[in-house]
Design a protein around this ligand. Sequence first.
Ligand code: ATP
Ligand code: MG
Length: 291
Amino acid sequence: MPEQNDTLLELAQATYRYPDGSRGLAQCSLRIRRGTRNVLIGANGAGKTTLFQHANGLLKPSSGVVHYAGKPVEYSRSGLRHLRSRVGLVFQDPDRQLFSSSVADDVSFGPLNLGLKLDVVERRVAAALALVDLTELADKAVHNLSFGQKKRVCIAGVLAMQPELLILDEPMAGLDPAMQKELEKTLNSLQQSGITLLLATHDIDFAYRWAEHIHLMADGRCMASLAANELASQADMLAAAGLPLPETIVLHRGLVERGILPSQPQPRCITSLLALLAATDSTKENLCKTS
Ligand SMILES: Nc1ncnc2c1ncn2[C@@H]1O[C@H](COP(=O)(O)OP(=O)(O)OP(=O)(O)O)[C@@H](O)[C@H]1O
Ligand SMILES: [Mg+2]
């Protein structure tokens, strides 16, 4: 079936069982549009990591198809090499991804493998390390890093590949609050440069604040792909997938029910909600002054 031009990744009825018989994906269909910010949410075991491994060809569906840029993925050596030069995957567990002795060596590995010249690799590595604030640890042994630092090395390693689709499996987990904020800024600037972003998170508040499209996974399937502003009307579906509503939605609802705020616009984070409240206060003050 021909795909729409703006689709970068598409899973069509993809099914996968692990060798021990566990269900990884069950007729899972999902579409990721070029240039967009996407989040996969779902309980433990829902199939998020399995889906990501299908996106860069680490796993092959036993039935169904994975399309990338309008073509079915080719599982030949050259087909996978091509796919992996475009789809960067940051693993959930950094110890699965890191293997070189030093930080700089690890981040260089991918770009060197792409066959880039040494000076280009060095520039990319320096830029990627700076983005995750690891420049000073470039020569440090990877196995002596803290968990959050390891995670940042993994992110740098994939950024240095300059992928078209950047997939991050629970990137915020284990990062300190300052680094989470930095990473969010980095992700936003990557999107502005045209990169498509897909990440898994258990942080529903972050998902609601950040994503344009939220894909809800349960039991190996994508149950729904929603625009973020549709989430408020999907409390039942979220609950069925074991997920709460974002706190901002709950608070906003309470304020609407008390007549303090209008139902529109819907704030996506507490800061926007406070700004709406402040605007309401100043409107009331102005009305009092003029009456
Ligand atoms: N290597 C494996 N061998 C056997 N079963 C596996 C393997 N990896 C995952 N599974 C099973 O596949 C299902 C989906 O797992 P997956 O890791 O994709 O979930 P997830 O949504 O990423 O969960 P989490 O939020 O815990 O990271 C689970 O039932 C899990 O037990
Ligand atoms: Mg996972």
